[in-house]
Design a protein around this ligand. Structure first.
Ligand code: IFM
Length: 405
């Protein structure tokens, strides 16, 4: 039998999982929860013969209450890091009025993480905004920036003692295109102008938030989680290469370059490969697909990491995962992706951590509760967490700091 090759990761590599507040916490009132129950949304789902109740985040995985259950999952995996977000509407339900109990609950959670040797990576904004911020015009209006910075300052001041890593924005390009160009997420706009305005406002917000977070503590490490796609030019044809250069510039690099002097690390969220053959397309014969029909292409992460080396900053893989209810491909995918990550590290890319999306099943935005991204299955009636076989597989990697080839 062939001996397996052990690929060891650098000492102090962060092994984590990632989640976000709206997707797991439950009990939130923000622009998303409002939209989920709106007439427009309800009618749309009914037309598709879907039950609107399955698309309302509601109590989600009840994680705001089930802190200990989530931490028990992390312990079972042997994580030394965890990426999660706070929810702006929970912390600042009314403009300028902060909920100290909510902040205290987040602080308590973070202290528990630390007590278990788990380094928190805290995302400040993972898409929803409070209703009052939506009513100011949301991210399309420059009026949102000042309140956003006020929320950032308050939250960072409150939690700073326990948190070193701050992610200001999650996947700004995905949010902007889904919410303001494709019109599928709230506020369901389809406007190029709005799209440009929102990107501009998010860039401004990050840049100023960066200064605030560094002023509070110069040792803080600040970045964003960027959803980069591996664009591949088929056959290396000139037209395909040209399209790739444009897509890389617009989708992968533009935002990161605009904030390059205001970020300490690069956060990479990796899910997609796009094979360009005279046009963009996800259509390609992949060996395996997720439950959402996303083609699984582990190799893409290697190319993206090599490319991100140019920023000359530490890189954290802040998300990577798949919807796989039956857990058929998750272990395979994790193993393949991590082999590629290891290859990138060997090639000199400073990758410092990997966060699997996701720790537990959660609310997958407009797709509702059906896609199951969790290493742990969640029973959404009892909120019980149950390890899928891949949890054991990932635990073995985290606990031994290695994968096998
Ligand atoms: O669930 C999302 C997450 O909120 C952002 N990144 C992609 C994940 C899977 O779609």
């Amino acid at each position: 039998m062939d001996e397996k090759l052990e690929l060891r990761f650098p000492k102090q590599f962060l092994w984590g999982c990632a989640t976000s507040a709206h997707q797991i916490e439950g009990g939130l009132t923000n622009d998303w929860s409002d939209w989920e129950k709106s007439e427009r949304r309800t009618k749309h789902l009914q037309k598709l013969n879907l039950n609107p109740a399955d698309f309302i985040s509601g109590l989600a995985a009840n994680s705001f209450v089930e802190q200990n259950a989530d931490i028990a999952c992390m312990k079972e995996l042997g994580l030394n890091a965890y990426r999660f977000s706070v929810d702006w509407s929970r912390i600042e339900p009314q403009p300028g009025v902060f909920d100290e109990t909510a902040l205290a609950t987040y602080l308590e959670f973070i202290k528990k993480l630390r007590a278990h040797g788990i380094e928190p990576l805290l995302t400040l904004w993972h898409w929803p905004v409070p209703l009052w911020a939506r009513d100011l015009g949301g991210w399309q209006s420059g009026k949102i920036i000042e309140p956003f910075l006020r929320f950032v300052e308050k939250t960072v001041n409150y939690l700073n003692q326990e948190v070193n890593f701050w992610i200001t924005l999650n996947e700004p390009t995905v949010y902007t295109s889904q919410s303001f160009l494709a019109g599928v997420w709230p506020p369901q706009k389809k406007s190029l102008l709005a799209y440009y305005q929102v990107i501009g406002n998010l860039i401004k917000a990050h840049r100023q938030a960066y200064d605030i977070i560094k002023k509070i503590d110069a040792n803080n490490q600040v970045g964003i989680a960027s959803h980069n796609i591996y664009f591949e030019a088929k056959g290396n044809k000139p037209i395909n290469r040209w399209l790739k250069a444009g897509a890389d510039w617009w989708w992968n690099d533009r935002f990161l370059k605009k904030i390059d002097d205001k970020q300490d690390f690069i956060g990479l969220n990796y899910y997609f490969h796009n094979l360009i053959n005279y046009k963009f397309g996800r259509h390609h014969d992949y060996e395996k697909y997720s439950d959402m029909s996303w083609g699984l292409h582990p190799e893409g992460i290697y190319h993206l990491l090599k490319d991100l080396k140019k920023y000359n900053k530490p890189i954290y893989i802040t998300e990577n995962g798949l919807a796989d209810k039956g857990d058929q491909h998750r272990s395979w995918y994790i193993n393949e992706v991590l082999q590629k990550v290891h290859q990138a590290i060997e090639a000199g890319v400073p990758v410092k951590g990997y966060f699997h999306w996701s720790l537990i099943d959660n609310f997958e935005w407009s797709h509702g509760f059906e896609p199951r991204f969790g290493l742990f299955e969640v029973n959404f009636q009892t909120f019980e967490r149950l390890a899928r076989p891949s949890a054991q597989f990932y635990a073995d990697i985290c606990q031994h700091n290695r994968v096998f080839k």
